[in-house]
Design a protein around this ligand. Structure first.
Ligand SMILES: [Fe+2]
Length: 170
């Protein structure tokens, strides 16, 4: 493919925005990493939903299902913010693997308290990353992404709270 054709093809995907090229680059980059984390955390939450066991099975199984749905719902708006800003989103699970900061847990067996503690830490870390991304939004005056992040930070803090309370020993 010649350089010109390539340039024309990528221009087709450059949604017009008044926020500027730096905003597109910085915010798209940050949002794509967040998207990778969200899908990684979604999958881990469902993994634990499927494999949790023991006397609190029903409570934990249902809690993690609700949390999985809430995390999954973040994905599409994050990806569409990237497109609205003129950037390109993650295209595959392979790209998620390269970008994710949330670590997978492929262990054969995880105790329920360890599941809750690990997810709580992951959600708290996600909050931290979203706060940093919010600062970047402020720098570029991207109020729309900032507004979405504010709700997601609240939801993520709520998940961390529920995981903390559900994991209490007494
Ligand atoms: Fe299920």
């Amino acid at each position: 493919m010649s350089k010109n054709v390539k340039a024309r093809k990528s221009a087709n995907l450059a949604t017009p925005t008044d926020l500027g090229a730096n905003a597109t680059k910085d915010l798209s980059g940050g949002l794509n990493i967040l998207l990778a984390d969200v899908y990684a955390l979604y999958f881990k939450t469902k993994n634990f939903h499927w494999h949790v066991s023991g006397p609190h099975f029903r409570d934990y199984h249902l809690l993690l299902d609700e949390q999985g749905d809430q995390i999954y719902a973040m994905g599409d708006p994050i990806a569409e913010r990237v497109r609205k800003l003129g950037g390109n989103t993650i295209r595959s699970v392979g790209q998620i693997k390269k970008l994710q900061r949330v670590l997978d847990n492929d262990a054969d067996y995880v105790t329920p308290p360890d599941m809750l503690a690990e997810l709580r830490e992951d959600n708290q870390l996600l909050c931290k990353h979203m706060r940093i991304l919010h600062e970047l939004c402020d720098e570029h005056n991207d109020v729309a992404t900032a507004s979405l992040l504010e709700n997601w930070i609240d939801e993520t803090e709520q998940r961390a709270w529920f995981l903390f309370e559900a994991g209490r020993k007494g």
